[in-house]
Every structure is written in structure tokens, then in C-alpha cells.
Design a protein around this ligand. Sequence first.
Ligand code: KIV
Ligand code: ZN
Length: 379
Amino acid sequence: MSQRIYIFDTTLRDGEQVPGSQLTTEEKIVVAKELERLGVDIIEAGFPISSPGDFQSVVAISKAVSEPVICALSRAKKEDIDAAGEALKYAKRGRIHTGIGSSDIHIRNKFNSTREQILEQAVAAVKHARNYVEDVEFYAEDAGRADLQFLAQLTQAVIAAGATVVNLPDTTGYCLPDEYGKKIKYIYENVSNVHQATISIHCHNDLGLATANTLAGIQNGARQVEVTINGIGERAGNTSLEEIVMALKVHKELGFETGIDAKRLYPISQLVSEMMRMPVQANKAIVGRNAFAHSSGIHQDGFLKHAENYEIMTPQEVGVPQSSIVLTARSGRHALKHRLELLGYRYDKPTLDTLYKRFLDMADIRKEVNDKDLMELIR
Ligand code: KIV
Ligand code: ZN
């Protein structure tokens, strides 16, 4: 039996913090409804104290979406929590996500505080949030760089205060997978009440390790992952939802499953990219333009013999209509023959050899040869 991993989507909160990507409330509702269809378990809808617009968006999403839990962010401050609680009034199932810095770097340089004061403030915030909702998530910001013993002490205290989920974020994308995995393991081994809550992971991609760190967190006991569509988010972004979902799906032997309808991954990636004005890089895993495009002769030949030779999942599984063979000067005869046949032309070997030579000349000049170019070649 596979274990369920809960997908907490923060595209509309951490993702929306990206400069130039702000959405109107109406646009956020469109994305939230697609996230609901995709099957995410929790939607982080916004940070209500941050602006009247964000407050309004959390209210509107709470009304428009009924299946996932709707979550609102707050700092560990009474006025933030009050705003989050108020904004979640219409949510069928609401969650307040409150928290504070946990690393000594943050405690000293951001809060000018002490570990003892942080602990007190964290406990008070969780208790206050419980006056609004039964489901309270606590985030220990910068857990990736926090002292392990203090992190365990903080986790123990917030669970005792009523936190149902504890998020241990690698806020600065600093950790290595092995290190982050050990951190989560340490929490499981040293926090006596840990099984009364769900441990959540939230990774940033500053070293390009967000997906690897998130997988390490799962393999060491975390059961909720905080992710965004296309991995958008602060600086180098957050863990990408589609990468985690497909890594768990392709590697069934790990024994985890999600509630995501993978066929909706590509359509929602396109929607978010367009609405948030964030182009998806061509070689982005799962949803990039080249994710199922084969361009070298060796790969094309192998792919045409059997797709499994060069694809570990089918494009259709993630909602991409089909794989593509890109004709370039690196393509071989097999790929050219295949494309010509798709266009309805079959040739004997000598004619194909002649066409192939001309094709290479054309490809050297035009870089990529499309169907229109091929028709010109045939003529
Ligand atoms: O990266 C982070 O630590 C966050 C928290 C607010 C959860 O986004
Ligand atoms: Zn974050």
C-alpha cells in the first residue's frame, strides 16, 4: 500500500510574490479552480494582512473553491492572525499558516530576539490561531539553517500548543539533500509528540536542489510538500509541483502517491505561465517545450524503434499531446524517413539517400527543418 503525500500548493502565495507576476482576484479564482481540478489538497491563497487585495482574494477563493483546504499566511503576530482568521471565514475547511524565523541568523539579524522569546511567540501565535480554526500550520522559517536541537524544541512546543502541521522550510535553498533529509529524520527521532502533527517541507531552489531536497524530506518521514506550478517563487523559485508528482509516479517503488490528476499538469503549467507572465524554460522537466522533443540522430533512431528507449513517461500522462522529433542537422535518415511518411511520402533507398544529403545542406543553413521546408525539398 502506498503512503499518501499531501500536496500543498503555494503558487498563489509564494509563487505570486515574483516581481511582475501579480494576479487580480478574478485571475486567482481561475487558477484556484484549476488547482482544485488538478487535485491539490491545500491551496495557500494569500497573505491577508499584506494588502486589502490579498485579503479579498483569500475571501473570494474561500467562496469559489470547496474541495481543497484553503490556507492563509500570517506572521506570528496577533494582527496578522486576526486578518487570516477573518479572511478564512467563508472557507469550508480553513487553515492558518503562521510562523517565525528559527535559525540564529534570523533570530539575531531579523528579529533581534532570543531563542526563548521566539519559542514564546511561536506558542502564543499557534494558540491564538486555534481560536479561529482547528487546522493550524506552523512554519519555522529558515529551518534549513537552524540549530537542530532548537528546531526540535520549537516543533515539540508548537505541536503541544495545537499545531496540526509543522512546516520546516529550507527558506534560502541552502541545504543539500542528504543534510535536509537527516534534519527531518532528527525531528522524527527527537520530538516525542511528532506523530500528533504532519511534518511539511517547503524548499527553495537557490542551488537547484529544491526537488531533490523535497524528495529527501519525503523519504525521511515528511507527508506534506509545499510546491508551486512550474516551480515559480521567490528568487530561484520553489519546488515544482509537477516534478515531485511525476518523480513519485515514475518511481512507484518508493511507495508514495498523491491525489494529483497528472493529465492536467501541462494545461495548468501553460495557464499559470501565461497568466503570471513567466515563460517556462524550454528544457524544464515535465512541462518544458523540449521535455518530450528528441533532436539528436541517435536518440531519434532509438525513440522511433521504441519510445521507452528515451522516454521514462509518456507525454500523454502529463497532458502533452505528443512527443516530437525535431529535424536538425543532427537528425539521421530514420527521422527524415519517419517525418516524410507522416506527410504521406514513401521513397526507395537511393531517393531517400539523395533527399537526406539535400536535407543536411538545408538543415545546416536553417537550423531546424519544418514540414514546409520538407515540401520545398521534395519539390
Ligand atoms: O520560504 C519560506 O520560509 C516561506 C514561509 C513563509 C513558509 O515561504
Ligand atoms: Zn517560501
